[in-house]
Design a protein. Structure first.
Length: 186
């Protein structure tokens, strides 16, 4: 199945946008590797299959919509209280400062490849700072688009979370993944 020319709207509940974090430091065993999901976001994908350089992608995420979906590892299971604490920390000034920066935005600047295997370079804006990011993606035979990009939080002024006097740290690098089922079959 191939992705045909056209304009596609993406977002929940059909598509998912996940952020994956990992732990580092001497106390990493105490913490959790987290999977966060953006529950309120929207995007537009313009596909020009024969001229990928004319294709484009834009996505806007509401920063307060990031919810903890999973916490793996750690000395004890992640509780609902832990999830609420993580959300409060994430929305705070040292992290996303959601009161002042209610959205995260990505706008493509260059698209290469084919609908089956593509690379999207674009500008990612977080906390009012804009830096380039490259997304690597593909279309599965069933028409699902999926892809990912990794970036360092500190580049955007986000201080990775620490606890236990710095013995437990969130790694500076995070991975963002998207899954858009059936887009290529529309």
């Amino acid at each position: 199945m191939t992705l045909s020319d056209g304009t596609y709207r993406i977002g929940p509940p059909d598509a998912r946008l996940l952020i994956r974090t990992s732990r580092t430091g001497l106390g990493r065993r105490a913490g959790h590797d987290l999977t966060l999901e953006a529950t309120r976001w929207s995007g537009e994908v313009v596909v020009v299959a024969d001229a990928p350089e004319r294709s484009s992608v834009s996505v806007t995420i509401e920063t307060r919509s990031l919810d903890v979906r999973e916490g793996t590892g750690g000395l004890k299971p992640l509780t609902d209280g832990d999830r609420a604490d993580i959300k409060r920390t994430l929305e705070g000034k040292g992290q996303l400062h959601t009161a002042e920066h209610p959205t995260i935005a990505f706008r493509s600047t260059h698209v290469t490849g084919t609908p089956q295997s593509f690379e999207i370079t674009g500008d990612l804006t977080i906390k009012g700072r804009t830096h380039p990011v490259t997304v690597h993606g593909s279309a599965d035979p069933d028409g699902t688009l999926r892809g990912s990009a990794s970036f360092t939080q500190s580049t955007w002024g986000i201080k990775p979370y620490t606890a236990f006097l710095g013995a437990l740290k969130l790694a500076d690098e995070v991975r963002v993944e998207f899954i858009c089922p059936g887009v290529a079959g529309r």
